[in-house]
Ligand binder design. Structure first.
Ligand SMILES: [Zn+2]
Length: 253
């Protein structure tokens, strides 16, 4: 036999051996199914069930046989990369694994993640007087914090720091603040977006106030005490569906 034929033979044997081992690992992994990953990560060998133990021992035996055959020189060592087939298989893992919200169980509001600040300015030199409609000059400016919908990518709430101007109408001889009613109701600490969403969760989905409060935090990262949500819903019921008369969506009456 020439050296070339010997190498061809060795390669052919190696390919067959590799295929056999790949098939064996694949079938083992299939038997272990999705729990394969859980074993590797979490389950100590002492806690395996009977059937799982059989599969586990089988696997250990296969690996031991493979290693000893390499040791004794019966199998050319270059089939070793075949082993990489196995770790791939249990990694097949569909979505749907339950992962609790990282803030679950926090009882003190102060322990929640700190808010990110968003800046908004409505600080004009002049604006029209709400009584007489004449232009009124700014005499000072101030700031107001509005809790907005949070940032889901960072898991942190968002506070809108609104700078607004205060004006004096020389005709009416009255002070007034620039109109912010499109952002939030007068005196409110929350934006319309938050209030609308909270009321929708309660009215449309019939979620009680406490779970609605948790829902707003968990899924929208805005903390609203449940009593505040209750106030909004009850105020809306008295004043009618749209107290502030804005309409964003075109659905419904
Ligand atoms: Zn005026």
């Amino acid at each position: 036999m020439s050296a070339c034929t010997v190498w061809e033979l060795i390669l052919a044997v190696a390919a067959i051996v590799a295929t056999v081992f790949a098939y064996r690992y694949k079938s083992l992994a299939n038997r272990m199914k999705t729990r394969a990953r859980i074993y590797i990560k979490y389950v100590p060998s002492g806690e395996l069930t009977g059937e799982e133990r059989v599969i586990f021992e089988d696997l250990k035996e296969t690996v031991a046989r493979l290693l000893s055959s390499i040791w004794t020189g019966q199998v050319p060592p270059f089939i070793l990369p075949v082993l990489t087939f196995f770790p791939e298989e249990p990694a097949m893992f569909g979505p749907g694994e339950y992962v609790p919200d990282p803030t679950e169980g926090i009882v003190d509001v102060k322990d929640l993640p700190a808010p990110q600040l968003g800046f908004y300015s409505r600080n004009h030199q002049q604006t029209s007087c709400p009584r007489c409609g004449q232009l009124a000059s700014r005499h000072t400016s101030d700031q107001r914090t509005l809790h907005d919908l949070g940032d889901l990518s960072t898991g942190r709430p968002v506070d809108l720091l609104v700078t607004y101007s205060s004006h004096y109408c020389s005709t009416c001889r009255k002070h007034f603040n620039i109109d912010l009613s499109d952002l939030a109701p007068p005196g409110s600490h929350y934006t319309h977006r938050v209030i609308d969403l909270a009321v929708r969760v309660v009215v449309e989905d019939s979620v009680p106030y406490r779970p609605a409060s948790w829902h707003l935090w968990r899924d929208h990262r805005v903390f609203v005490p449940f009593g505040t949500i209750q106030n909004w819903v009850e105020a809306g019921g008295k004043k009618g569906a749209r107290a502030h008369g804005r309409r964003v969506s075109g659905v419904g009456a």
